[in-house]
Every structure is written in C-alpha cells, then in structure tokens.
Design a protein around this ligand. Structure first.
Ligand code: G6P
Ligand code: MG
Length: 206
C-alpha cells in the first residue's frame, strides 16, 4: 500500500535531459572532443560534479579541482540559460493528473532529485504546490545510486521506506530507490531499468 510517492525530476516530470546534453556537449566541443547521446546516458541521474568527471574520462582529459569547478559552473550557466524558457507545456504527459490524483487519495508527494536547479524548474513548470516535500541536490551530499535523497524525502513525508514508491528514469536512480528499501517504478525502457519493480513509458500510463 503506497503512502508516499517520491519523484525524480529530470526525465520523469520534465524532459530536461536534452538541455543537460546540449550543455555538456558544448563543453566537450570546447575541450576538443565528441560527446554523443549514448555517452549522455551515463550522466542521467548523476550529480553535476560526478557528471563532469565522467565526461572528462570520456574525453581522456584530466584537470585540477579548481579548473573543474570553473567548467561545471560554465556548463550550469549554459544549462540555466536553456531552461529559463521552460513552461507548463513541457511537463511530461500525465504528470499533473497523476500527482493531483495521488494528493486527492491522501498519498504524500515528494521530489527526490540530484539537481541543484530543482526549485527553479518546479517554479517554471508551476507545480511547486503539488509537492509536500522537496529534496534536491542542495539538501543532500551523496549522489544516486546512494539512497540518501530518497531516504531524506521519505523522512520528510513522515513515512517508512516500505510505504514509499520511487519513480525514476535513470539506472542510478532505480538503484538508489532499491538501496533505500523502496518499490521502484521505472520510467523508460525495461532493458535499461532492469532492477525496477515495474516499468512504464510515462506517468500517463498509470
Ligand atoms: C539530475 C539529472 C542529471 C544532472 C543532475 C544534477 O539527476 O538527471 O543529468 O546532472 O540532476 O543537476 P544540476 O541541475 O544540479 O546540474
Ligand atoms: Mg532522471
């Protein structure tokens, strides 16, 4: 019986993955190497600094921590520029209906995202009011697949892990949900989200 529902943001609520991809690709181009959509799969659900490490590993480059902070900041400024035009029309199908339905049934609704831009995005999409708790990359320090983000969200909802269901599109996120002892609904493809308890193509299917 589900008492709490914890949603990832990027790829579950809104398709920001394409903007993350464009921003990382432009950084890679500047550094002189190709960064493909296939490479980008490895960055989904992964924190900003860890994503940069993976990107640099793909390019076979090494930099100091200080240089990496500058690069991550540059990528983020470009990303924020891309998403500053977001509006409700970019909500993924079924999001509003599903979240509102859960709330009407008394299910606690939380966000569990690695993004430090989560609140900005929720405001742009005009759905901040649908969440009882928002846990993002500013609140937690351990990135998915670590369960911290979902454990914190569950705690903020006042629930136990076995009462919560996680909705995730990334492999690292599914692993984080399972590590937290929760049921996980994968959003995407079964081949990628092997560990999920159920896989659907989007919230509109539920
Ligand atoms: C989400 C996305 C990742 C992104 C991470 C950090 O998990 O799926 O692609 O790197 O958030 O986002 P941020 O907005 O803080 O750079
Ligand atoms: Mg995601």
């Amino acid at each position: 019986h589900m008492k709490g529902a914890i949603f990832d943001l990027d790829g579950v609520i809104v398709d920001t993955a394409k903007y993350h991809y464009l921003a990382w690709r432009s950084l890679a181009e500047e550094l002189g190497f190709q960064f493909t959509e296939e490479h980008n799969e490895r960055l989904k659900g992964v924190s900003r600094m860890r994503s940069l490490d993976i990107l640099l590993e793909i390019g076979g480059l090494e930099f100091s921590e200080a240089e990496k902070l500058v690069m991550a900041d540059k990528k983020n400024r470009l990303y924020v520029e891309y998403i500053s035009g977001l509006d409700e029309s970019e909500l993924l199908p079924g999001v509003k209906a599903y979240l509102s339905g859960l709330r009407m049934r008394g299910v606690g609704v939380a966000l569990g995202s690695a993004s430090k831009n989560a609140v900005f995005i929720l405001d742009k999409l005009n759905i901040a009011g649908l969440f009882d708790a928002v846990v993002d990359g500013n609140k937690v320090s351990r990135a998915k697949p670590d369960p911290e983000v979902f454990q914190t969200a569950c705690w903020e909802l006042g629930l136990q892990p076995q009462d919560c269901v996680v909705f995730e599109d990334a492999e690292a996120g599914v692993a984080a949900g399972k590590a937290a002892g929760m049921q996980v609904v994968g959003i995407g493809k079964r081949e990628v989200l092997k560990e999920a308890d159920l896989v659907v193509s989007g919230l509109h299917e539920l």
